[in-house]
Design a protein around this ligand. Structure first.
Ligand SMILES: [Zn+2]
Ligand SMILES: [Zn+2]
Length: 260
């Protein structure tokens, strides 16, 4: 049973609880490690990221909690990056590389806000060609291969968030498959850790973690290292669907590692 989680959000960004409440919940679950990874700042969308003006405070609070709880649990000071957020500060002990946006001209398109936004974007900016959006998305994900500060790749196929309910927006076409396989290969070569992310399960969007079983099978065949992450936005979902995610890792021969 995995007793860690490095993908968690607090009320410094769009999470519900304070970092201390998240740490206490992790201790109650018997975790050995807990990482806090609030959203890095982006200047075009400010309502769910950690404000730039609070970033120093965020880091300070987390290091203080790390010290305060050292005899009970290992606390790690992290950040969830976006391809368009502020660069990773040296002060973080680890960074998750995620992509929540693609950019069309001067416009940023949110990929995981809701189905309507994504559907509208495919029609408006990609002439209905979902594969074109997927190609841009996976190219951004792949760009983390060249960033030594990124250790974990977050929710690899986030664009499929709304595909379980209603007609899927993305299908396993040759172009779609080529796009994710190219990204996966680059990230594998760079030794990045893939995340099996259960965040959409706790929020009722999906019944299975990211990435899809097809991608998990590929990762298993290619000797990927993976980590579980619940992408919790609440202290009561810290180990949501971890057993299911562990079973999937086992099914596809994916090695689950600890980050530290
Ligand atoms: Zn994310
Ligand atoms: Zn997250």
């Amino acid at each position: 049973m995995i007793r860690y989680n490095y993908h968690t959000h607090t009320n410094f960004s769009d999470g519900k609880n304070s970092p201390e409440e998240v740490i206490q919940a992790a201790i109650n679950l018997g975790f050995t490690s807990i990482g806090i990874s609030d959203h890095a700042y982006t200047d075009f969308c400010t309502h769910w990221v950690t404000p730039r003006s609070r970033m120093d405070e965020y880091i300070e609070v987390l290091y203080q909690l790390k010290e305060n709880y050292a005899d009970k649990i290992n606390v790690f000071v992290g950040i969830e990056q976006d391809a368009f957020s502020d660069p990773v500060s040296e002060k973080f002990e680890y960074a998750i590389g995620s992509v929540h946006w693609v950019k069309k001209g001067e416009k940023y398109i949110a990929l995981d806000a809701n189905r309507e936004t994504l559907e509208h974007a495919i029609e408006t900016y990609y002439d209905g060609d979902a594969d074109a959006l997927a190609e841009e998305y996976f190219a951004l994900v792949a760009s983390y291969a060249a960033d030594p500060k990124i250790s974990i790749v977050g929710h690899f196929d986030l664009i499929t968030k709304f595909d379980e309910k209603g007609t899927p927006l993305f299908r396993p076409t040759p172009r779609y498959t080529a796009a994710w396989q190219a990204a996966a290969k680059k990230l594998l070569d760079a030794g990045k850790i893939f995340e099996i992310n259960t965040g959409a399960i706790s929020r009722g969007h999906r019944t299975t973690p990211y990435p899809s079983e097809e991608i998990l099978a590929f990762l298993g065949e290619h000797g990927a290292k993976a980590i579980l992450g619940s992408d919790s936005h609440s202290a009561d979902t810290l180990d949501c669907a971890f057993l299911q995610a562990e079973e999937l890792a086992k099914k596809y021969g994916i090695l689950l590692v600890d980050l530290f």
